[in-house]
Design a protein around this ligand. Structure first.
Ligand SMILES: Cc1cc2nc3c(=O)[nH]c(=O)nc-3n(C[C@H](O)[C@H](O)[C@H](O)COP(=O)(O)O)c2cc1C
Length: 285
C-alpha cells in the first residue's frame, strides 16, 4: 500500500496549510488518483467515493469556486470524501480518507483535513453528491511550501496541533480511568503511540481505549456541545470521523508490527463501563 513503513508516514504527517503555487507533479497525481479509485468501501463495509479534483499544469480552473475561507494557501487539489449513509458511515469514511492522507504523505505531498473550513455547498455540487450520500470531509493536498503562512502558524498554535493528550488520559488498564503503563501495553506500546498521533477535528482527540485481557475496547468521549454546534452549522458528526482515523492508524501500525487482530463489536457484557464515553468497537487479538 505504501513505499515506506507506515510508522514513518504517521510521524511525518501534519496539517499543512501552506503549499507552493504549483500543481501536484503528474506522477504523484496519477498514483494518488489510482489509490483513491481503489477505495470503494470502508473497512466496516460502507460504500464510499473519494473524488479527486486537482489543478493541472496548464490550468487551475478545476479548483475554481472551491474556497477554504483563506485557511489553505495555494491548494493544488482536494480529495472529497463521500459516503453512503449508514450506521458506521462516518467511521468508514474517516478511515478511508486517512489512508489517502498517508498515501499522499508517502508521495511527499502535504495534506490537511477540512471538516468545517471549506465551502461545503460548492464542493458538494462539484462532487455531485447523491441523496443517499454524505459529504463527510475534504482533504487539501499540495506541494509543501518552504515557508509557512501566518494563518498556518496561528492555527497550529491555536488548535494546540503539535500537542496530544498524555497517554495516561487516553489509555486505560482493565477499567476506564485506570491509566495503562507503557510496560503493561507491551508489544502494543507503539500501536498506541501511532494512534495517538491521529489528527482529529479541532485536535479534540476524543478517542479512549481500555485494555481488558487480550481485547482493546475503543470509546468515543464526546467534547460537550461539539456535535450540537456542528449540527447547527450543517456539519456531520466529525468526532465519529475521528474514530475512523484512529482505527486506521491503529490497524496499519499493528499490521506493520505483525500483531494479529481485527475490529469487532463485542457483546455488552465484555465491554467495561465508561461513564461519559460511548463504546464504539473492540480490537480483538
Ligand atoms: C475530521 C477533521 C476535521 C478537521 N477540520 C479542519 C478544518 O475545518 N480546518 C482546519 O484548518 N483544520 C481542520 N482539521 C485539522 C485539525 O485541526 C488537526 O488535525 C489537529 O489540530 C491536529 O494537528 P495535526 O494534524 O497537525 O497533527 C480537521 C481535522 C480532522 C481530523
Amino acid at each position: 500500500m505504501f513505499s515506506r513503513p507506515v510508522t514513518e508516514l504517521i510521524q511525518a504527517r501534519y496539517s499543512c496549510r501552506s503549499y507552493r503555487p504549483v500543481p501536484v507533479p503528474e506522477e504523484a497525481r496519477s498514483a494518488l488518483d489510482l489509490f483513491l479509485r481503489e477505495q470503494t468501501h470502508g473497512p466496516f463495509g460502507t460504500p464510499l467515493r473519494l473524488v479527486f479534483l486537482a489543478a493541472t499544469q496548464s490550468s487551475s480552473a478545476g479548483l475554481r469556486g472551491l474556497g477554504t475561507y483563506g485557511i489553505i494557501r495555494h491548494p493544488a487539489g482536494f480529495v472529497i470524501g463521500l459516503v453512503h449513509n449508514g450506521p458506521v458511515a462516518l467511521e468508514d469514511v474517516g478511515h478511508a480518507l486517512e489512508l489517502s492522507v498517508l498515501r499522499a504523505t508517502d508521495l511527499d505531498l502535504g495534506t490537511c483535513w477540512l471538516g468545517g473550513t471549506f465551502q461545503r455547498s460548492n464542493f458538494a455540487a462539484r462532487a455531485a453528491v447523491r441523496q443517499d450520500e454524505t459529504l463527510a470531509a475534504v482533504i487539501a493536498v499540495g506541494v509543501i511550501a518552504d515557508n509557512v503562512s501566518w494563518v498556518d502558524r496561528a492555527l497550529r498554535l491555536g488548535a494546540g496541533s503539535i500537542s496530544r493528550l498524555a497517554w495516561q488520559r487516553l489509555y486505560f488498564d482493565g477499567r476506564y480511568g485506570v491509566p495503562l503503563s507503557r510496560e503493561a501495553a507491551g508489544g502494543y506500546a507503539q500501536v498506541l503511540d501511532m494512534a495517538r498521533l491521529a489528527p482529529s477535528a479541532s485536535n479534540k482527540q476524543p478517542w479512549r481505549v481500555v485494555r481488558s485481557g487480550g481485547d482493546w475496547h475503543l470509546y468515543l468521549r464526546r467534547t460537550p456541545g461539539y456535535r450540537e454546534r456542528s449540527a447547527l452549522l450543517g456539519l456531520p458528526d466529525l468526532q465519529r470521523v475521528d474514530i475512523g482515523i484512529f482505527t486506521c492508524h491503529w490497524e496499519l501500525t499493528a499490521r506493520q508490527l505483525g500483531l494479529r487482530g481485527r475490529w469487532e463489536t463485542v457483546s455488552a457484557d465484555r465491554v467495561p463501563e465508561a461513564a461519559g464515553a460511548e463504546y464504539r468497537l473492540s480490537w480483538v487479538g
